[in-house]
Design a protein around this ligand. Structure first.
Ligand SMILES: Cc1cc2nc3c(=O)[nH]c(=O)nc-3n(C[C@H](O)[C@H](O)[C@H](O)COP(=O)(O)OP(=O)(O)OC[C@H]3O[C@@H](n4cnc5c(N)ncnc54)[C@H](O)[C@@H]3O)c2cc1C
Ligand code: FES
Length: 332
């Protein structure tokens, strides 16, 4: 055996495994790409958690990452961020998606045109784009959007239901952000390129109670999920907690309230950090988790800023829910 090449076994969710030969000290994702496997990544620098995987044997070294995305206790129990992993000794890593997703070539981008840009709340813009034909995705997934001529792309979750040629996104505008700056000048007709949909944060079709917790524009994937649930009403209770900085930061509330009334078993709660009124709670959305009396079989979906997602995970565990039942999407 060549000691400067280290064997790494990748175990995919569909049971398929791949053995990589990684140069000692080399980057896991680069070695996988060289072997024809595109591991799921987004930020590629340990800030978003999109690549989260589980080390099942051996060890890896991790470069800098955001501890809100991978807390120390998770790291101690073997959770890793492949995008920042370097390999020095043999190991095996479990990935939460099928091998076919990693093996397929990244398809050509989808050419889309902006059809609407509209401020819908404080610091929140609704972006709508038209694609040549309906894009298939699971409610909760996201695409990467690259404005024409730009050298960057950012990820945004679809808020619409699958099966239409208009995709809708809700973008939090951040001062000095590259996409935010582009969005400020975007007009109908402007061209963007979209990746195919990605992500493991999607609505599971299962007969158990659900808890959705959203912070800020983290509402977007839940809009897609709830709009889809209108076609397949859930048999069990769904609790939806929407959090925002102030009432002025809330958006799509009329539709959420109407979905909450139309869908049997949906309980909608709204929490704002400041100026609570009209039946809103004051505080953080995750403050409500201990008070909900959750069934231990509940599937939890958390989406929003990384610190909110982390607080939600801790609160769900403290409420007796299993870590494996908590799905997270971090808008980093
Ligand atoms: C899977 C996924 C799905 C997502 N879905 C959504 C969604 O539906 N809606 C949504 O609003 N967001 C979503 N996000 C977040 C989104 O992708 C972007 O990260 C976010 O919109 C910021 O992009 P930006 O280009 O405007 O800001 P960026 O350019 O990424 O900048 C972010 C911040 O860093 C600061 N900054 C940038 N460069 C520098 C520098 N050189 N020095 C100091 N500070 C700097 C900026 O001022 C800004 O405050 C998602 C993220 C992920 C990973
Ligand atoms: S892709 Fe690994 S943390 Fe973002």
């Amino acid at each position: 055996m060549n000691p400067s090449v280290i064997p790494v076994t990748l175990l995919f969710a569909d049971g398929v495994s791949h053995r990589l030969q990684v140069p000692c000290g080399g980057k896991l994702v680069e070695a996988a790409t060289a072997a024809g496997l595109n591991l799921l990544t987004d930020c590629s620098n340990g800030q978003c958690g999109t690549c989260t995987a589980q080390l099942v044997s051996g060890a890896v070294e991790m470069e800098d990452y955001d501890p809100a995305v991978l807390p120390d206790e998770d790291r101690a129990s073997g959770t890793v961020l492949p995008c920042v992993c370097r390999v020095h000794s043999p190991c095996a890593i479990e990935l939460p998606y099928d091998a076919s997703e990693a093996m397929s070539e990244e398809p050509a981008p989808i050419e889309a045109a902006v059809t609407a840009v509209e401020q819908v709340a404080t610091e929140v813009v609704r972006l709508e784009v038209q694609v040549p034909e309906a894009v298939a995705f699971e409610p909760g997934q996201y695409v990467r959007i690259q404005p024409a001529g730009a050298d960057f792309h950012r990820s945004y979750s679809m808020a619409n239901v699958p099966g239409t040629d208009r995709l809708q996104f809700f973008v939090r505008v951040v001062e000095g952000g590259a996409f935010s700056t582009w969005l400020a000048g975007a007009r109908p007709g402007d061209k963007v390129a979209l990746s195919t949909p990605h992500g493991t944060f999607f609505l599971r079709d299962e007969d158990r109670p659900r808890l959705f917790v959203a912070g800020g524009t983290g509402v977007a994937p839940f809009l897609s999920m709830m709009r889809s649930m209108a076609d397949r009403p859930p048999a069990q209770r769904t609790t939806v907690v929407i959090g925002a900085r102030t009432p002025g930061h809330l958006f799509a509330m009329d539709e959420l309230r109407s979905l909450g009334e139309r869908l049997a078993g949906v309980d909608l709660q709204v929490v704002v950090e400041q100026d609570a009124r009209d039946g809103c709670h004051q505080g953080y959305p995750t403050d409500l988790i201990p008070r909900l009396g959750l069934d231990p079989a509940t599937r939890v979906y958390l989406c929003g800023p990384p610190p909110m997602v982390e607080a939600g995970r801790k609160a769900a565990e403290a409420a007796g829910l299993r870590r494996a039942d908590v799905l997270c999407e971090r808008f980093a």
